[in-house]
Design a protein. Structure first.
Length: 91
């Protein structure tokens, strides 16, 4: 619908990616907070890594954000593939 009203492709891609990144960042923040809360419980289960290893936390957070970007790219590409004229006819 936004394409039919004159939005540019980059604006549509940014809209979809922004929502995906917001959810991903919220998940990473909650995950890190949860990891900090249970670190003493998990510490005895870990072998060779401390319960608060910043390199591991950053690597996992960046990996998850990369997955979020890749997962958000699919709906963004689909949104660009919609014909605005057909969308207006359906509405």
């Amino acid at each position: 619908m936004r394409l039919a009203l004159g939005a540019q492709s980059k604006d549509i891609v940014w809209l979809v990616m922004r929502y995906g990144l917001l959810v991903g960042l919220a998940g990473v923040a909650l995950g890190i907070a949860g990891a900090l809360v249970v670190r003493k419980t998990v510490a005895r289960l870990l072998y060779g890594v401390s319960a608060f290893d910043p390199v591991t936390l950053v690597a996992v957070a960046l990996s998850l954000l990369l997955i979020v970007v890749a997962a958000s790219a699919v709906p963004a590409a689909r949104a660009l593939g919609v014909d605005p004229v057909q969308t207006l006819r359906r509405e």
